[in-house]
Design a protein around this ligand. Structure first.
Ligand code: ZN
Length: 258
């Protein structure tokens, strides 16, 4: 049950009526299909923002669009690398065009407030480019009142929670790929998809401060994770999830003056 917040489950007449009546925030989760270690599902980056989006929609009266479930190419320093089987990625201009098209379509049907919930580190600038080009297109069509907010959910975490989740010290967001945070959140949301007995027990993978192309798969992580998820738990996952939902809901209310 999703409480009627999924656009894909509404009829066109219900969608149209809701857009006209409530001017709801349209929430677009963006993730990836990308390896997340031997213990987590390929869709980790898509499941998490979709569930966060559903919870936010319930709080603020928004609607959740089907996710963009593929992302820009996984990079070794932030995701392990694009060479892993299952990591199925888009070229940058494909993601830009997809983002631009979807935003323009929502606006064409009357949406004026869009929240993009990004979960995959490598997507960032392609989403920003898609938003910028969509706003230019819409302006030239006489639609100048669309507002788009883009957030990365993991930036909505307090210092106190960070200290609880990482009692031995926070390794930094780039190393959090399939680490304690994402694994904990998935243990809370979808424990059926997490295999804690398969979590590699390894030291953080330290990369030099540059990228080298072509990527050498023999360099860097061999398991797909950058820092171990051994400390993950569903309790930490609930704490994180609730904080993301509350924090982003508050920011959305502020940004869109709800
Ligand atoms: Zn990712």
């Amino acid at each position: 049950m999703s409480g009627g917040v999924l656009i894909s489950e509404l009829s066109w007449t219900s969608y149209d009526a809701k857009l006209k009546r409530d001017n709801p925030v349209i929430i677009l989760p963006v993730g990836s299909l990308e390896q997340h270690g031997p213990h987590s599902p390929l869709a980790s980056d898509t499941i998490i923002p979709t569930e966060i989006g559903k919870a936010i929609a319930g709080k603020i009266g928004g609607l959740v669009a089907p996710a963009i479930a593929y992302g820009y190419k996984s990079m070794p320093r932030t995701g392990g690398g694009n060479h892993f089987p299952g990591t199925t990625s888009l070229d940058g201009d494909t993601l830009v065009r997809l983002t631009r098209d979807i935003i323009c379509e929502f606006a064409r049907h009357g949406a004026r407030r869009i929240l993009i919930l990004d979960s995959h580190y490598e997507n960032e600038m392609f989403l920003i480019e898609g938003i910028d080009l969509a706003l230019k297109d819409l302006n030239s069509w006489g639609i100048g009142d669309l507002k788009v907010m883009k957030v990365r959910y993991f930036e909505f975490i307090s210092e106190a929670t960070l200290a609880k989740v990482f009692p031995d010290g926070f390794p930094g967001w780039p190393l959090e790929h399939a680490g304690v945070m994402t694994t904990s959140v998935l243990l809370h949301l979808r424990p059926d998809l997490i295999h804690m007995d398969r979590v590699p027990n390894q030291k953080p993978v330290i990369y030099p401060p540059y990228d080298l192309f072509p990527v050498d798969p023999a360099q860097g992580t061999q398991t797909g994770i950058l820092a171990t998820a051994k400390g993950a738990s569903p309790e930490k996952g609930k704490l994180l999830f609730d904080e993301f939902v509350d924090g982003i809901s508050g920011a959305v209310r502020e940004a869109f003056r709800l």
